[in-house]
Design a protein around this ligand. Structure first.
Ligand code: TMP
Ligand code: ASP
Length: 237
């Protein structure tokens, strides 16, 4: 398998073509951004840690019967993935209130949400990823009704698997964001799962172990990701 030209560079990952049109290479860079690219930094080891962390989680999800884009790790910072036709939508599940929902609804951080809540956002940094609803998705043709239902179902299935996984290592899965794409007629998870795209708190101390350490200038960002990886038993970290 040959690495081809760069197809797209996001804020923390780059995507490369391969000689197989069904496969892409994801490069996990050390770049870290927050607030839609307003705050940017380079964090040593982050690309490698996230690449290995992500592969470990994708394998857990596949083992639970959830289809993902992940195929295999290729190097410290690269993984081979399926080439999906991505939907421009972000799916967020929240088990505990934190982040934008606190600002938007004027609620305190740290409230248990029962049931866990779900939100759709449009993937558009210039517009600061506005919240959208099921009707917007269909009215503007971003996905079909069946895909809307599949995104909700799959995002909650991921929640069941990962809430339990993190609970087992003394962490609370507060919230996370997932994106999906079409692949050979099916909707498949097409996103990383790393501490860059979720919130994880220590269950006892409620210490933040995710990208909020970067957003809030708390320091020890990669060290926190590594601590989570060690507790999970992610190989190579
Ligand atoms: P929020 O509180 O900023 O809406 O984010 C909810 C969760 O989703 C949080 O774990 C961060 C993640 N997220 C991203 O990783 N990227 C995004 O663009 C958005 C909107 C959320
Ligand atoms: N991922 C988005 C960004 O990098 C939002 C965030 O995580 O704050 O700007």
């Amino acid at each position: 398998m040959q690495k081809g030209k760069e197809l797209y560079a996001g804020k923390a990952k780059s995507v490369y073509l391969t000689d197989n049109p069904d496969e892409l290479i994801l490069l996990f860079r050390n770049d870290t951004s927050a607030f839609d690219g307003e705050k940017i930094d380079q964090l040593d080891r982050k690309g490698m840690v996230n690449n290995r962390f992500n592969a470990f989680i994708m394998e857990k999800l596949e083992a639970a019967g959830i289809q993902t884009h992940h195929k295999q790790i290729l190097s410290d910072q690269e993984s081979l993935v399926k080439n999906l036709d991505m939907l421009p939508i972000e799916c967020v599940v929240r088990n505990i209130s934190a982040g934008s929902i606190c600002k938007r609804l004027g609620v305190e951080e740290g409230m248990d949400l029962n049931p866990s809540t779900f939100e759709f956002f449009l993937k558009n940094d210039e517009l600061h990823d506005p919240m959208i609803n099921d009707y917007h998705i269909q009215s503007f043709g971003w996905a079909t009704q069946a895909e809307v239902e599949a995104m909700k179902k799959l995002t909650f299935e991921v929640n069941d698997v990962l809430k339990a996984l993190f609970k087992g290592i003394g962490l609370l899965l507060v919230d996370y964001k997932l994106e999906f794409g079409r692949y050979k007629g099916e909707l498949v998870l097409g996103d990383e799962f790393t501490p860059d795209g979720c919130r994880l708190w220590d269950a006892e101390t409620r210490m933040k172990m995710d990208k909020d350490r970067f957003r809030q200038g708390l320091g020890g960002v990669v060290e926190a990701y590594e601590e989570v990886a060690h507790r999970l038993g992610v190989p190579g970290i």
